[in-house]
Design a protein around this ligand. Structure first.
Ligand SMILES: C[S@@+](CC[C@H](N)C(=O)[O-])C[C@H]1O[C@@H](n2cnc3c(N)ncnc32)[C@H](O)[C@@H]1O
Length: 331
């Protein structure tokens, strides 16, 4: 199984550059996958060690094998980044992180294994779970959701303009058991003229159902909240997002940490501005970084990547803020 895990790390050069200024110490690779980014970072920085997490046991096994040459500089555990604080306490001996990386979405290895049921390119039972111990599968979402809920999922996570037609067609065709059946139902629900342009007509719907099955957006919110508790002074948090909703969430969260969202929700005529927390962090990427044309040519899956980074300030003014938002700090 391990040798089949192939995934090219996206924007690896930019990730290394962004982490080159941080002090040595612990890097948490929250989405270790096949260990691609971790290996590049461990090679580039002899003064760091990595704690890698993944919710997929196949990925954990693959990353352990790939990172074995780094000995005790690399530790890989099965877990979810929504539980980052607890995992760092358990496996990182409570050390604050100097770098945190989240490379969101699905890995090539997950997409390319037919039996995982992620892809419309193969015929397999509808599964799409990143963590095979989880109960909810794509079969449940496709067959049990109300039509209106299914349409919302497909519209929001798939950014699919024919979401209502697709949801209606799926409900009419139930039970839907395999990826091929679903791909055909979606294709037939989309107007013929649209079908002929662009990528596979089922791509957006499959992405949407995968994001719902794995609760990817709510988990990202929780993971970002957790990361603020474990990042040390001058440490950096980097997120590679592949979906506009994820990128927006990252951007808004970083702005909040930096105190840059001060104008938001404040009526223009309010005589006294409500007191806002001071900045806890400095945003390093006002605009997201994008992969080079050469990288996209070599690895088309990098195309939608957006990389954002933030640095925690070493001296956070306002003790009430430091206590609340960085409770692991040693005074
Ligand atoms: C794009 S891949 C990462 C690839 C990796 N950076 C590499 O270079 O090999 C994303 C990985 O994140 C994992 N993942 C997604 N959501 C997660 C979560 N909430 N907690 C932990 N791992 C997660 C997936 O199982 C998948 O293996």
């Amino acid at each position: 199984m391990v040798e089949e895990f192939s995934h090219l790390p996206v924007m690896a050069r930019e990730v290394v550059e962004l982490l080159s200024a941080m002090p040595g110490g612990l890097i948490i690779d929250c989405t270790v996958g096949g260990g691609g980014h971790s290996a590049v970072l461990l090679d580039a920085r002899p003064d760091v060690h990595v704690l890698g997490l993944d919710r997929d046991v196949d990925a954990v096994e693959a990353a352990r094998s790939r990172l074995a040459r780094f000995g005790d500089r690399a530790k890989v555990v099965h877990g979810r980044f929504e539980q980052l604080g607890r995992l760092v306490e358990q496996h990182g001996e409570g050390e604050m992180a100097m770098g945190i990386l989240m490379d969101l979405g699905v890995s090539s290895a997950q997409l390319d294994r037919p039996e995982r049921g992620f892809s419309y390119r193969f015929d397999a039972p509808l599964d799409m779970r990143m963590d095979s111990k989880q109960l909810l599968t794509a079969t449940d979402v496709v067959n049990d959701y109300e039509e209106s809920d299914l349409a919302t999922v497909i519209s929001q996570y798939g950014e699919e303009r024919f979401a209502r037609r697709i949801a209606h067609a799926i409900v009419g065709a139930r039970p839907v058991r395999t990826t091929r059946e679903l791909a055909e139902i979606v294709r037939d629900a989309i107007p013929a003229a649209t079908r002929r342009r662009g990528p596979h007509p089922a791509r957006r719907t499959f992405q949407a159902i995968r994001m719902e099955v794995n609760r990817e957006l709510p988990n990202l919110a929780d993971g970002l909240d957790e990361s603020v508790h474990v990042i040390g002074p001058r440490g950096r948090v980097l997120v590679l997002a592949y979906h506009s909703l994820e990128d927006r969430m990252v951007k808004e969260t970083f702005a909040r940490w930096a105190g840059d969202d001060a104008d938001r929700d404040v009526p223009a005529k309010l005589p006294v501005l409500p007191s806002r927390p001071h900045g806890l962090a400095r945003v390093l990427t006002r605009k997201p970084m994008r992969p080079s044309a050469a990288e996209v040519a070599a690895n088309p899956r990098a195309e939608s990547a957006r990389l954002r980074a933030v640095e925690r300030l070493s001296d956070v003014p306002g003790s009430e803020v430091a206590d609340t938002d960085f409770p692991n700090d040693v005074a």
